[in-house]
Design a protein around this ligand. Structure first.
Ligand code: ADP
Ligand code: MG
Length: 606
């Protein structure tokens, strides 16, 4: 047998490495922006085309590269940032693995133009699938421009794996925000398909946050500062009253590197204690400076996770720093800043978020035993409310309850039904008796289901009903949300919102869907976007499903709302006209039934 092991050619090895480092256009954006920061740039411009799928360009005014370095930078494990293994524990740069450019060049068409200030001419290199196709001197400004075209052009599996432009753009914006928040002293701009989406002048961290998330944050930020022998913390935490339903506006930077750390995140949330309404998350942007000897940044190919040699004191310091800030600004209920030693033993459980699954039993009919379908339509719609509510004369409920005929259906003459007698319990559930026993409907879940199906329909047919607002409202959005609205605008209009752009990142909302209660128009738009983003991070929904769900949640009758007979009847009517009346949009039931037998059994004397 001949020997069978051989070394892979560099181009293949690079492609394999790219699989880890470059998952989508946003990963390339991250690597390029970080390289510009490492090059000491004072200004960084990011230009993307087609959500980065066909074009990503990063232009900086950093140190540039010599002709030899320009050629070397595409080699694997080629870096100017470390020399020996020990250096890994003294890292102050963003990059150090020397694999980003090699990976990108293996899976895209790359053009590099670079010049150092001291050189008269610059270098141009074109490289495709790891092959240099052109190298020459060129005139160019001092600094570096890397242009990446047709990412994954030679890896169709990866290309097909990319999500919609809206999703890929969001990932890019997220990476852009992470790098630019960490470096407010650097100018950043982002252009997408010819439009400038962000323009961040050199400034302070607070101003950068305001530029990134919108002017409304000027009043919402509380400074957090801490200086200890182990580390330094500075940054801002959002006032709890403005906490949002979306996880996502939470940023930790360790030595200016964005990291994800559920344990530290818990420390911050814990500092807020009961100040936060359930399921809401405050914005925070916190910078931790720590001796690089105490951390290991080389634990993940994309460098978004790091290991601390000892996390516990960090947890305690962070928690008490945030807590003290909240207290200083008279926001914390307790002024006890002592460290809570019990908490030092705490370990977060990172629970996986499960997408609620909806299981439909096509044969479901809670009243099967007592009802036979009386019309073809009813037979096909197991949830048909006529089936639930019809009570034949022979089986009438007590005599004193008035009878009324169903307004429609051919069976109305010979199949009289009793008017729905319904009761609202705790302004939350609707109770009614049905032939087999009783039914308890969750009013909010039921209404969400009704609206969700209606909105899906409207999105399909582009005919949501809109009511004109008496007083058009202006809504200021963060630049990222504004982009999102732009992408979703056709669908948002189809739902019944009538709006136009009005200045920078601001909209005037002139009409809202007719279900939105009067006086609530202002919040409705913001909440729609908020819910949409929340769904986006939790569930993998398609765009329309997400919008319909978000607006349904928003516009539904809430638990705690008093309903009169007519409203209850209408809701029940609408619920059982739904395609899937049983299941709420969260996957929980919209109603439960309790059979007479069960009731009897429960009260049975032994
Ligand atoms: P790493 O950043 O881990 O060193 P990269 O593949 O990202 O690896 O880059 C390789 C090298 O190319 C860097 O170490 C740096 O010397 C050089 N380089 C990359 N981008 C730039 C840039 N924008 N300006 C100057 N030098 C750069
Ligand atoms: Mg790099």
């Amino acid at each position: 047998m001949p020997d069978i092991i051989h070394l892979l050619p560099d181009s293949v090895a690079n492609q394999i490495a790219a699989g880890e480092v470059i998952q989508r256009p946003a990963s390339a954006v991250k690597e390029m922006l970080e390289n510009s920061i490492d090059a000491g740039a004072g200004a960084v411009k990011l230009i993307i085309k087609d959500a980065g799928k066909t074009g990503i360009q990063v232009i900086d005014d950093g140190c540039g590269m010599s002709e030899t370095d320009a050629r070397m930078c595409f080699e694997r494990h080629a870096t100017s940032k470390i020399q020996k293994a020990d250096d890994l524990f003294a890292i102050r740069t963003m990059g150090f693995r020397g694999e980003a450019l090699a990976s990108i060049a293996a899976i895209a068409q790359v053009e590099l133009k670079t010049r150092r200030t001291e050189d008269e001419v610059g270098t141009l290199i074109q490289i495709e699938g790891s092959e240099v196709v052109r190298q020459e001197t060129c005139g160019c400004p001092a600094g570096t421009s890397v242009s990446i075209r047709n990412l994954f052009y030679n890896v169709p599996a990866r290309r097909n794996f990319l999500k919609s432009n809206a999703v890929e753009t969001r990932h890019i914006i997220e990476e852009f925000l992470r790098v630019s928040l960490a470096h407010p002293e650097v100018f950043f701009s982002l252009h997408h398909d010819g439009q400038e989406v962000f323009h961040f002048p050199k400034t302070s961290l607070k101003q950068r946050i305001i530029h990134a998330f919108g002017n409304q944050y000027a009043e919402r930020l509380i400074p957090v500062e801490e200086d200890t022998s182990i580390l330094r913390i500075n940054g801002f935490a959002g006032k709890p009253g403005y906490a949002k339903k979306t996880r996502g506006d939470q940023y930790f930077f360790v030595n200016r590197r964005f990291i994800k750390d559920p344990y530290l995140n818990h420390a911050v949330l814990n500092a807020y204690e009961e100040l936060l309404p359930d399921d809401t998350y405050p914005l925070y942007v916190l910078m931790i400076d720590i001796d690089p000897g105490h951390i290991d940044v080389n634990v993940h190919p994309t460098k978004t996770e790091i290991k601390f040699d000892d996390e516990k004191p960090l947890y305690a310091i962070l928690r008490s720093a945030v807590k003290r800030s909240l207290g200083k600004f008279n926001i914390s209920p307790s002024l006890d800043f002592e460290q809570d030693h019990k908490l030092l033993d705490f370990k977060t459980e990172t629970k996986e978020i499960k997408v609620p699954t909806i299981q439909v039993d096509p044969d479901f009919n809670p009243f099967k035993s007592t009802e036979k379908p009386r019309s073809a339509e009813a037979a096909f719609n197991p949830g048909s409310w006529e089936q639930l509510y019809t009570i034949t004369r022979s089986e009438q409920a007590p005599q004193d309850e008035p009878e009324q005929l169903l307004p429609s259906g051919e069976e109305k003459e010979d199949q009289p039904v009793q008017e729905l007698r319904t009761y609202q319990i705790h302004n939350r559930y609707i109770l009614s008796h049905i032939k087999s026993g009783m039914i308890l409907i969750d009013q909010q879940a039921a209404h969400e289901r009704v609206l969700y199906e209606r909105y899906l329909d409207e999105l399909e047919n582009k005919q949501g009903t809109s009511q004109q607002n008496l007083f058009p409202q202006t809504v200021s959005l963060s630049p990222a949300d504004f982009e999102l609205v732009r992408e979703l605008q056709d669908d948002i209009r189809a739902l019944g919102f009538d709006f136009r752009e009005f200045g920078k990142h601001t909209l005037v909302v002139e009409g809202t869907p007719s279900d939105i209660a009067q006086g609530n128009e202002e919040k409705a738009f913001e909440k729609l976007i908020e819910n949409y983003k929340k769904n986006l991070s939790l569930l993998r929904l398609d765009k329309r499903d997400n919008l319909a769900r978000s607006l349904a949640r928003n516009a539904s009758i809430k638990a705690g709302t008093r309903l009169d007979q007519e409203e209850m009847n209408r809701l029940i009517d609408e619920l059982f006209a739904c395609k899937m009346p049983r299941t709420g949009i969260s996957g929980k039931p919209t109603f439960i039934t309790i059979s007479l037998e069960e009731l009897i059994k429960r009260f049975e004397r032994i």
